[in-house]
Design a protein around this ligand. Structure first.
Ligand SMILES: NC(=O)c1ccc[n+]([C@@H]2O[C@H](COP(=O)([O-])OP(=O)(O)OC[C@H]3O[C@@H](n4cnc5c(N)ncnc54)[C@H](O)[C@@H]3O)[C@@H](O)[C@H]2O)c1
Length: 369
């Protein structure tokens, strides 16, 4: 198989795992990295033995076919458009763009140019979530009627040295973590038809707990507890709660209730974990799919590279990410307006991965323990 050439734009925190994991996937080969800060690109380039370039230099490289956009959300649209204009396919970290309007423009431009648009999260391709999908598709819980998606923590200022952006517009628990939870549910149930929500914030300032700025406070400009309800096109109703206001709780990250049984589904920010099925009693389920034993971030990119070569659709698609972004924006808009809001976009459920095999349908090596 001929590896597809990747150029990474954005050499911050998350670029490290993508560069490390590139060695796991024969479908891709990182050809160059770039950042608006030359020293950031230099550091990653040296650490991984790839060319460190400026962004225009990277976009001009003929051996770069996909631009992996790992910049901050506010720059996703700008960098994405530049890459598409240079004739490159784009795979972006989440969210697809900072706003639905920007993401929709990006998606239109990619479609018009005949170029692929892909987006994280790709954790729904992991072993745990593909196992849950297979159980649902096999009818093991019967027709899904309801579920819950729960991300409740006490706030990132407890561990992050610069948590400002989590409390600024575009941040908050829903935009930060919602993509994982909503994408996982769309993978299981299909697209969302309508949402409603209520939201609150417990305080106007947060105190940084660690690092050089410990004791300093940051302004809270967004709601920090969002309690929502998603009505799926299938009719299933899923409660989604995302919060930076909760010290502890005992909900599973995802629960799905069908007419014949129930599923407990592990953390959608991870590829591993054990699915539990209730069909008379609770039973842990074996993970029969690959990529359930470690951090395979980049799996969605490898799938997109393989899909380009095979001329088939890729799974972590721009269409899916655009739908998820619309759901998140609509939840916040509903909380503000006090009414339920219909979702205009739709998307196909991504094609499931076949079970079995040491390396799986999207072949890879195993990550270090
Ligand atoms: N850090 C994590 O744990 C994590 C986890 C999951 C997803 N993500 C996502 O990954 C993305 C990046 O997060 P991060 O934590 O690596 O951020 P970061 O701030 O550490 O790194 C972003 C990098 O992008 C560069 N950059 C910004 N604008 C640019 C532009 N216009 N052109 C070129 N370079 C530009 C910055 O200089 C910086 O080096 C975000 O979308 C985030 O949601 C991060």
């Amino acid at each position: 198989m001929k590896a597809v050439g990747i150029g990474i734009v954005g050499c911050g925190v998350i670029s490290d795992i993508y560069l490390k994991n590139a060695a796991l996937f024969p479908q891709i080969s990182v050809r160059a990295v770039a950042d608006r800060l030359p020293e950031a690109a230099q550091a990653r380039g040296e650490a991984y033995g790839v060319a460190a370039l400026t962004v225009p230099e990277l976009l001009a490289r003929e051996d770069v076919e996909i631009v992996l956009n790992l910049t901050i959300p506010a720059a996703h649209a700008e960098v994405g458009h530049a890459a598409l204009a240079a004739g490159k396919h784009v795979y972006s970290e989440k969210p697809l763009a900072a706003t639905l309007r920007e993401a929709a423009a990006l998606s239109r431009t990619a479609a018009e140019a005949g170029l692929r648009l892909g987006c994280a999260p790709d954790t729904f391709l992991g072993g745990a979530h593909q196992t849950a999908r297979a159980l649902v598709d096999a009818g093991r819980i019967g027709r899904p009627v309801a579920g819950t998606a729960t991300l409740m923590v006490a706030g990132h200022e407890r561990w992050h040295p610069n948590p400002d952006f989590y409390y600024a517009p575009g941040g908050g628990p829903l935009f930060d973590m919602g993509p994982y939870y909503i994408t996982a549910m769309v993978n299981l149930l299909g697209p969302v038809a309508r949402v409603s929500a209520l939201a609150s914030r417990s305080r106007d300032r947060r105190t940084i707990a660690t690092g050089p700025r410990a004791g300093e406070t940051v302004a809270v400009e967004v709601d920090t507890h969002i309690a929502g309800l998603m009505e799926f096109q299938s009719g299933a109703l899923v409660q989604i709660v995302t919060s930076f206001d909760v010290k502890a709780h005992r909900h599973a990250p995802l629960e799905l209730y069908g007419e014949e049984g129930s599923l407990l589904i592990p953390d959608p920010n991870r590829f591993d974990g054990t699915v539990e099925l209730f069909d008379g009693e609770w039973r842990p389920q074996p993970t029969l799919h690959a990529h359930g034993d470690g951090n395979y971030r980049g799996l969605g990119l490898a799938d997109m590279a393989a899909a380009i070569a095979a001329g088939r659709p890729h799974r972590a698609s721009g269409e899916l990410a655009l739908h998820v972004l619309e759901v998140m924006e609509a939840l916040l808009a509903s909380a503000k307006a006090g009414t339920s809001i219909g979702i205009r976009s739709t998307c196909a459920r991504p094609t499931p991965l076949a079970p079995g095999g040491a390396t799986g349908e999207i072949s890879s090596k195993e990550p270090d323990a």
